[in-house]
Design a protein around this ligand. Structure first.
Ligand code: ADP
Ligand code: ZN
Length: 728
């Protein structure tokens, strides 16, 4: 028997190995095996089995991991193969999370437990032992030593003695490691579905177990999409099939998990990015073994090795965190979910209040089926949105971060005992420092970006590579002492708010204030309990939380992000504004939103004010059509990286010429040019964007580029990003 093995490390191809007789019974696609490769012994994954190999002198498999993945079924391997082909990366890379060092080397954690044997014990026991044995007769489930001491008053010593005498039996029980920060109480809601929600559940539910198109559940914020997911999951479990739920960022959506737990009970395994290897291993095992039937997690959970999956939900399907763009495979979990649904015959539901243009287009064209939820639960109205033109504000002499209008709305809200969320999507204290005298600014020595001033620790930090240096008090160029802050970051806004509203309790939530494990949950929890009046945050505060006490949402500067050279800039702004506006006014109170901007007529901002997704889509989609951008044309981005700029540039040019030649007439190459982030961590980045109306031509040209990466000039790396979202 021959096993074909893929590797997660940088060897792209498949390698054949001989399977020793003793291992044959365990062999199946998806099984991790340890094999000799070059002069090391490494973990890989069996992809397929064969009778013979074209290569002579195969080496033997050394070790087999049989405790998990043993049942990865054929359809999943096909999904992984599709990903490797579509995203142009080695098959082994897809398996990487499954054979990552810690995960494959991890063992189940166990504890020793004791049970009464029920044996007659009159003979040979001391008086004390007999007494203890009497008390222990009533234990019904296996207990640890600690539990026996606490509940039955029997010492550890005594327990050991009773085991020797045959009164107690001793065994090992597995302890499942659960990620602590989301181990929260289940939260039960009293729910009767609205007519609209019931229609959605019935329509989609009718397709459980049948081949079907994916559904786009387009429901405004607060329309109860989560309840639709929950009822569908319930129906799916009743049919004996498993469920996968994708959420963008678990630490920001702890309520979602509580709600699922409350409704479905203890059938849920959670997978998220901050888990330890042990926790991850245990979650995976619970899913593979079928002890848990619902997997909730971030993007990688779409690859979870579960059999018989009947339902896959992608909540907030427009969210960019579903695209992995920092390492291979650079996949989009939403698109992989749709493919998985096809391979495994699962119903796929993509939910959003602000669908991505790609998904909405697919729904309009009939590739997906669209289901709409148009009503907010409880109070029917969406919040009112006011736009404030900050140019006018400056003309009136107000240079602070708060317009007169927003300030008044804040005062009224606080006076009424309600809460406020403020959004400023910019970390740090100020954008940078600038010398008033000579104009010197500070850029990162490794990257082509400004250093951001952080006042708390008095440092200039690079948000790209993490470099930091003490903030200067004297200008290094002219020795001048007048160094000023340029631009407002969230820390400066916080300082200003504390002065402007001395009586208000203010909390800040951004990457810097949420470093520790569980910090997100504690900040959000405290705000939900009304332990603060104002929550000031970056886009983190826009995600799916319900705060019944929030009446006012203020966006301090809505145009951050609109200046990036990215054709989705307006769409992203619209999504962010709509999501954050959705935090205002829930259940019984009407919400208000104030959006401050220097670009009051920008289409994304105006559409968000009118809650007009459809109108916004109609306008924007024409431009996309004209320019051949998605959803009309397909994009691939190629980035060439290296420390020697001339080599990088030269290679990028030759790649772009080769692509143009190979795809003549079927594609356009934009670039190569230095990326917006032209240098990160001392590495130069040249990128090009390839547009094509013909997916097949593009696919085959990219295959050639990918094959070419086997012989790159030394010191050069090449990245292929299919369906890129990141344009920087
Ligand atoms: P979405 O995910 O669409 O923004 P949610 O599912 O979070 O909406 O629902 C918004 C709020 O309305 C939640 O507090 C939810 O419990 C409540 N809600 C929605 N539908 C119902 C219902 N049928 N019965 C009771 N509460 C509901
Ligand atoms: Zn840097």
């Amino acid at each position: 028997m021959i096993a074909r093995v893929a590797f997660p490390i940088a060897v792209p191809g498949l390698y054949d190995y001989h399977v020793p007789a003793g291992f044959r019974q365990y062999m199946a696609p998806g099984i991790p095996v340890r094999v000799p490769l070059r002069n090391r012994v490494v973990w890989g994954v069996v992809v397929s089995l064969a009778q013979r190999s074209e290569f002579p002198d195969l080496k033997d498999i050394v070790e087999v991991k049989t405790t998990h993945w043993t049942d990865t079924d054929r359809s999943l391997i096909r999904l992984y193969e599709w990903m490797a082909g579509y995203y142009h990366c080695g098959l082994g890379r897809i398996f990487r999370p499954l054979v990552r060092k810690g995960v494959v080397d991890m063992h189940p954690k166990t504890k020793t437990v004791f049970m009464s044997t029920g044996a007659a014990f009159d003979a040979g026991l001391t008086k004390k032992q007999a007494e203890a044995a009497m008390r222990l007769r009533s234990i019904d489930t296996p207990k640890t030593k600690d539990q026996l001491r606490e509940q039955f008053g029997v010492s550890g010593h005594m327990v050991s003695a009773l085991v020797k005498k045959g009164v107690l039996s001793q065994s090992q029980e597995q302890v499942v490691r659960r990620p602590g920060e989301i181990l929260q109480e289940a939260f039960e809601e009293n729910v009767t579905l609205t007519a609209e929600q019931r229609c959605a559940v019935e329509r989609i539910g009718a397709f459980l177990g049948k081949p079907s198109k994916p559904f786009l559940l387009y429901g405004i914020t607060g329309s109860g999409k989560t309840h639709v997911y929950i009822e569908l999951a319930r129906a799916c479990l009743q049919r004996g099939a498993g469920v996968i739920i994708l959420v963008p960022e678990i630490s920001l959506t702890p309520q979602t998990i509580q709600r699922f737990r409350g409704a479905l009970g203890d059938v849920i395994a959670v997978v998220h990015s901050r888990m330890s290897d042990g926790e991850r291993r245990d979650s995976m095992e619970e899913l593979v073994s079928g002890r848990k039937r619902v997997a909730i997690g971030v993007r990688s959970v779409v690859l979870a090795p579960m059999e018989n999956v009947g339902l896959i939900v992608v909540d907030e399907e427009h969210d960019h965190s579903y695209k992995q763009d920092d390492c291979d495979p650079r996949y989009h979990a939403r698109d992989v979910a749709v493919m998985r649904g096809r391979y495994q015959n699962a119903v796929v539901v993509l939910g959003s209040a602000t669908p991505s243009f790609e998904s909405y287009y697919n729904a309009l064209s009939g590739k997906y089926e669209m289901i709409k939820l148009r009503q907010r639960f409880g109070i029917a109205a969406l919040p009112t949105v006011e736009i404030v033109d900050m140019n006018m504000e400056h003309r009136r002499g107000n240079w602070t971060i708060l317009s007169a209008f927003l300030r008044r709305r804040m005062e009224d809200t606080l006076a009424g005992g309600r809460q406020i969320i403020l959004l400023l999507n910019r970390r740090g204290f100020s954008v940078t420092l600038i010398c008033k005298n000579c104009g010197t600014t500070y850029t990162c020595p490794n990257c082509s970006v400004h250093l951001v001033y952080h006042r708390v620790d008095s440092l200039l930090k690079c948000h790209q590579c993490g470099y930091s240096e003490p903030a200067p008090t004297v200008c290094p160029t002219c020795r001048g002492e007048q160094i000023k802050y340029a631009g407002t970051g969230i820390q400066k806004a916080e300082e200003y708010l504390r002065e402007a509203f001395p009586a208000a309790r203010i909390m800040r939530m951004d990457q810097d204030s949420t470093r520790g494990k569980g910090r997100h949950v504690s900040i959000l929890g405290a705000f939900a309990r009304h332990e603060a009046d104002i929550l000031l945050g970056t886009q983190m505060v826009a995600k799916g939380l319900n705060f019944p006490g929030v009446k006012l949402v203020g966006v301090l500067q809505a145009d951050i992000g609109l200046h990036f050279p990215d054709f989705r800039a307006s769409e992203k702004t619209f999504q962010l504004l709509t999501q954050v506006a959705g935090r205002a006014g829930r259940k019984d109170n009407l919400g208000e939103v104030v959006v401050q901007t220097y670009m009051p007529r920008e289409p994304g901002i105006v559409a968000a004010q009118r809650h007009d997704f459809e109108g916004f889509y109609e306008k924007e989609i024409d431009a996309r059509r004209t320019l051949g951008y998605p959803p009309f044309g397909k994009l691939v981005r190629i980035i060439v990286l290296g420390e020697a700029e001339t080599v990088v540039r030269g290679y990028a040019r030759s790649v772009s010429q080769a692509i143009e030649k190979a795809g003549k007439g079927h594609l356009t190459v934009l670039g190569p040019a230095p990326s917006v982030l032209a240098r990160i961590n001392k590495v130069y980045r040249y990128s090009m964007l390839i547009k094509s109306q013909s997916p097949t031509v593009l696919q085959s040209v990219m295959q050639r580029v990918h094959r070419g990466t086997q012989s790159l000039p030394s010191g050069v790396k090449l990245i292929i990003d299919v369906d890129p979202l990141d344009m920087l």
